[in-house]
Structures are given as structure tokens and as C-alpha cells.
Design a protein around this ligand. Structure first.
Ligand code: UDP
Ligand code: MG
Length: 311
């Protein structure tokens, strides 16, 4: 009998957790010929999430949990869950029911038929999201796909069911700065995309502020593209050419018409422009350097405080 591990990162989700458990159980009951285990990762929640998980584990031995010593972010949560999973297949799901559990049987069918290694989901609409957020999200996917060779799909969720082989491939990537959407695409394998219409959160609030999302997208670009490192060189090159043309122009102008007053404004403009470009270049170098610094430290991505085995 196949075992499916369901990895669920949770951060302050006391409202959504019972709903999630109930809904997913409805679906798992209909799938008779497969076993399930749940791996809830409590990402340093400050509410009753951990307490609820302990109770759930007592009630249902299929429920396992890992609790972090503080909030390490969803990426760390997914990694911990994937490492702990014992299943032949592993699914990743959000606890807020924005990833409809009703898709699980179809996903399992797709992957177990052997044709595909992964069934992933993407939402076709962004209904219920602020328009500015949707606009920037779309822009981000356009930019990152131009800049990187990992295929990162617009609207792709982290909700997916993967074969063991693919999970092992993902675990073999030991980077500290993890951007799962890029990692999933980078390891390759055959992925079937299932589409669904966006569902709104069942309870609680989104944990992503605009600023957090912005930082996340910059991390994504830096983790899967080195193009920004070249951009400043290219800009520098272009500026040099423009400056050369400008210099020729002024030289000719001075020779033909003479130079009655000194070109004070021109100088200020050029100096400020070049200064700006240099700062951008240094900033880009600094960002990559800081990432390299963190990677070389080889810090753990998360620290575990408690698991169901401590019970
Ligand atoms: N999450 C987490 N750690 C965090 C933030 C979020 O484990 O620091 C979990 C959260 O509990 C949820 C999932 O990641 O299960 C997605 O979060 P959310 O629904 O807030 O994001 P959105 O759906 O709005 O993008
Ligand atoms: Mg959500």
C-alpha cells in the first residue's frame, strides 16, 4: 500500500487548523487504497497551534508534528516537513484550505500512473487579492522568467504531490537561501499542472505583508539568477559610450562656437548620474555577497524544539 505524507507548515493557525484537519480527512477517507501521514510543522507559533497539534497526535497517530524554536519562515517549514516525510509520495499543503484537498485524489492518480513525477497546481485567478499585489506578482514572474533558466510558473502554488525520487532530489539541494518555487522547477522531472480557481482563506489572516513579499521576490531572483550582477556592468558600459559621444559633441561645439560660459549644470548631471549607477552596482554586489556569506556559514535552516516523538 502506498503511503502519502502531507506536509503542512503552520504559523499562528489555531483558527484554520481544525477546519483543515476535518476537510482533509473527508478526502482521505474516500481514498481507500492509500495510507496517510500528516506532518504539521509549527513554525514558532505564538498561539495555541502547538497545543492543538499535541492533542491531534494523541487522537490520531497518523498526525506527526515538528515544532521550531522560533519563526523560521515557510521555506524552512517545508524543508523540515520534506525531511521528516516517510511516504512514497509527499504533498505540501497550506493549512488555510486555499489548497483545495479535493484535488488530492486526482493528483494521486496523475502521479501513481507513472506518466508524471509530480502533480502541481496553479491558480488561474487572483480573485480576493488587492489589485496592486496582483500587479506586482505578475511583474515579478515576468522578470524572473526572463532572468533565470529555472522555469517558474505564474500563479503556481506550493501545493503539489511528488514522487519520492523528486523529494530526494529537492532534499539534495542544501542551499541556505531556499526559494522553493525555483527549486521545484530547477530539479526538473515531469510535472503536470492542474488548474483551479483561487479560493479565499478559511480562517485567520495572511502572514504575508507587502514588504515580506517584496523581500521574498528579491530573494527568488537572487537565488535563481545572476543577471543583476551583469546589469551594472552593462549600465556602466552604456554610460561610458554616452559620455564619449557627449564629450565629442562638446569638444566640437567649443571649437566651432567657442566656450563662453562653463557648463556647470552638465557636470552636476553627469557626476550625479555616474554616482547613482556606481551605488546601484555596489548594492547589487553587496546583496550577492551577503547571500554568499550566509551560505558559507552553513547555519541550519531551522532549529527544532519539539516533535511528536517527545510525547
Ligand atoms: N506560514 C509559515 N510560516 C510563516 C508564514 C506562513 O509556516 O512564517 C504558513 C502558513 O501557516 C500557511 C502557509 O504558510 O499554512 C501560507 O501562508 P499564508 O496563507 O499566510 O500565505 P498566502 O496564502 O496569503 O500567500
Ligand atoms: Mg493562504
Amino acid at each position: 500500500m502506498d503511503l502519502i505524507s502531507i506536509v503542512v507548515p503552520c504559523y499562528n493557525e489555531q483558527e484554520a487548523l481544525p477546519e483543515f484537519y476535518k476537510e482533509v480527512n473527508k478526502v482521505t477517507k474516500t481514498m481507500n487504497n492509500v495510507g496517510f501521514e500528516f506532518i504539521f510543522v509549527d513554525d514558532g507559533s505564538k498561539d495555541k497551534t502547538l497545543k492543538m497539534l499535541r492533542l491531534l497526535h494523541k487522537k490520531d497517530p497518523r498526525v506527526r508534528f515538528i515544532s521550531f524554536s522560533r519563526n523560521f519562515g515557510k521555506e524552512a517549514g517545508m524543508l523540515a516537513g520534506l525531511r521528516a516525510a516517510k511516504g512514497d509520495y509527499v504533498a505540501i499543503m497550506d493549512v488555510d484550505l486555499q489548497d483545495p484537498p479535493s484535488l488530492l485524489p486526482e493528483m494521486y492518480e496523475v502521479v501513481s500512473s507513472g506518466e508524471y513525477d509530480c502533480a502541481a497546481t496553479r491558480r488561474t485567478t487572483r480573485k480576493g487579492e488587492p489589485p496592486i499585489r496582483s500587479f506586482f506578482a505578475r511583474l515579478f514572474y515576468k522578470i524572473i522568467n526572463k532572468m533565470s533558466d529555472a522555469d517558474i510558473v505564474d500563479g503556481a502554488r506550493d501545493f503539489r504531490l511528488m514522487r519520492r525520487k523528486m523529494v530526494n532530489a529537492i532534499l539534495s539541494m542544501e542551499e541556505y537561501n531556499r526559494f522553493s518555487k525555483g527549486i521545484f522547477g530547477w530539479v526538473g522531472f515531469r510535472t503536470k499542472w492542474l488548474e483551479y480557481v483561487n479560493v479565499e482563506r478559511v480562517a485567520g489572516e495572511t502572514k504575508w505583508s507587502f514588504w515580506k513579499l517584496f523581500k521574498y521576490s528579491v530573494e527568488g531572483i537572487m537565488a535563481f539568477s545572476t543577471t543583476p550582477l551583469y546589469v551594472s556592468s552593462i549600465m556602466g558600459f552604456v554610460v561610458c559610450i554616452i559620455t564619449f559621444i557627449l564629450a565629442c559633441f562638446y569638444a566640437v561645439k567649443a571649437l566651432v562656437f567657442g566656450d563662453p560660459t562653463a557648463g556647470f549644470p552638465t557636470i552636476i548631471c553627469i557626476v550625479l548620474f555616474l554616482g547613482g549607477i556606481q551605488l546601484i552596482g555596489i548594492g547589487v554586489l553587496g546583496m550577492y555577497l551577503s547571500k554568499t556569506y550566509l551560505e558559507t556559514k552553513r547555519r541550519p535552516v531551522y532549529i527544532v524544539r519539539e516533535t511528536e516523538e517527545d510525547q
